[in-house]
Ligand binder design. Structure first.
Ligand code: CAA
Length: 386
């Protein structure tokens, strides 16, 4: 839905207040307890956050990409674990259904995903297929009106609380690479599907990733999303959008860290004056601001182009590449401006430093984004479009 400016501003302001008043005070607790409180999840449901990207006819807000990114900027202004609660429902867990699902699949799953009563998760990565996603080995072998799934998915966000998975599996074992892959919507209570224990991670405590195992899990053929052999393209299309969303979250975190470092630099005095008056500190603050602003502008441009119907594969990867690296640099500078206090847990800066590291890895590493951008450039040049 294309929002008028007033409604859009109200929504962004509401999320801004929710983040500032409800999430920020709980950051330390979430980090220590590795859990986002149920009361926060309930408020997220009330605000409609789970359904940001689900069309209105299925109970969501049906935001356009530009507005979704504006909301993601705000969600980024606190520990990323909060965003992760709703992240898979907004993005990679729901979008295969939104973009490629049948009417029946949408009607069955999207209302619950939009309300947050169902948690949706995206199962692509495997122990031996990370960046080389088309090398996935999980099989889905047709048996009458079912497919029988066998294999293991790895590091699957929100798997431990998921009600439904988008699963990419190989329907044609004789066809290697992308062409043998199909996508499925798989309920978490399917017999033969089991979820492993959450992994211990470097950061983002409160957000969980687990293995998902398929042991002769029978999935009705009607649960296939898109045509047989088209599952890799389904996954990549979902990731095009997801990468833009993650980029916007990176900008939100960077803006939060800039606020923290500037406030600290104004208060803390060394050599007889506030840190903020020392030019080497000013350089760190200014570089952080300029890079964050650049990322924000890129993301807005890419989002608007996607809303206008343009293919944004290269732009989404450019945004993810720049924004995730940028927030890593900003977090590093924030630690530097805080000095010793930046390394001490009480100030929360070291937690952000750990939290942002994953942005350069998930939904495609920096190196994968570089590959995508370079390939898209070559394709455009070959078509005479550069
Ligand atoms: N949209 C639609 N179709 C696409 C596409 C896109 N963005 N990108 C590729 N395709 C199509 C191609 O056109 C091609 O189809 P044709 O043969 O018909 O032309 C097919 O898909 C295969 O594409 P490639 O030949 O480019 O495939 P590849 O094997 O060379 O690699 C890749 C592509 C870009 C490296 C891809 O594997 C990739 O993005 N890897 C990273 C995977 C990734 O991001 N994983 C993150 C997992 S999710 C996650 O992290 C979330 C979580 O839970 C934490």
């Amino acid at each position: 839905m294309a929002f008028d400016d007033e409604i859009r501003a109200q929504l962004v302001e509401t999320v801004h207040r929710f983040v500032a008043e409800k999430c920020v005070p709980l950051e330390g607790q979430v980090g220590d307890e590795d859990k986002v409180p149920g009361s926060i999840v309930a408020e997220m449901k009330e605000l409609g956050l789970f359904g940001l990207a689900v069309p209105e006819e299925y109970g969501g807000l049906g935001l356009d990409m530009e507005t979704e990114c504006l909301v993601a900027f705000e969600l980024g202004r606190t520990s990323p674990a909060f965003r992760s609660v709703v992240g898979t429902n907004i993005g990679i867990g729901s979008q295969a259904l939104v973009l490629f699902g049948t009417q029946e699949q949408k009607t069955r799953w999207l209302p619950g995903i939009a309300s947050g009563d169902l948690v949706a998760s995206f199962a692509l990565t495997e122990p031996e297929a990370g960046s080389d996603a088309a090398g996935l080995k999980t099989r889905a072998i047709r048996d009458g009106e079912h497919y029988v799934l066998n294999g293991t998915k790895r590091y699957i966000t929100n798997a431990n609380v998921a009600d439904v998975f988008t699963v990419m599996a190989r329907t044609d074992p004789d066809t290697p690479g992308a062409k043998g892959v199909s996508a499925f919507v798989v309920p978490a209570d399917t017999p033969g599907l089991s979820v492993g224990a959450p992994e211990k991670k470097m950061g983002q405590q409160g957000a969980h990733i687990c293995d998902v195992n398929f042991d002769d899990a029978r999935v009705p053929a009607e649960n296939r999303i898109g045509a047989e052999g088209e599952g890799f393209k389904v996954a990549m299309s979902v990731l095009d959008k997801g990468r833009l969303h993650i980029s916007a979250v990176c900008v939100g975190v960077a803006e939060r860290l800039i606020r923290e470092m500037v406030n600290y630099a104004l208060e803390r005095e060394q050599f007889g004056k506030p840190l903020a008056e020392h030019q080497l500190i000013q350089a760190m603050m200014a570089d952080s601001q300029a890079e964050t602003y650049a990322a924000r502008c890129m993301i807005m441009d890419a989002a608007r182009r996607r809303d206008a119907g343009e293919r944004v594969t290269m732009l989404a990867s450019s945004c993810k590449l720049f924004a995730s690296e940028m927030v890593g640099r900003v977090a590093d500078r924030a630690v530097q401006v805080f000095g010793g206090a930046g390394y001490v847990a009480d100030y929360g800066i070291e937690r952000f430093y750990r939290d942002v590291r994953i942005f350069r890895l998930y939904e495609g590493t920096t190196q994968i984004q570089q590959i995508v951008v370079a390939r898209e450039l070559a394709r455009a040049a070959q078509k005479g479009e550069l």
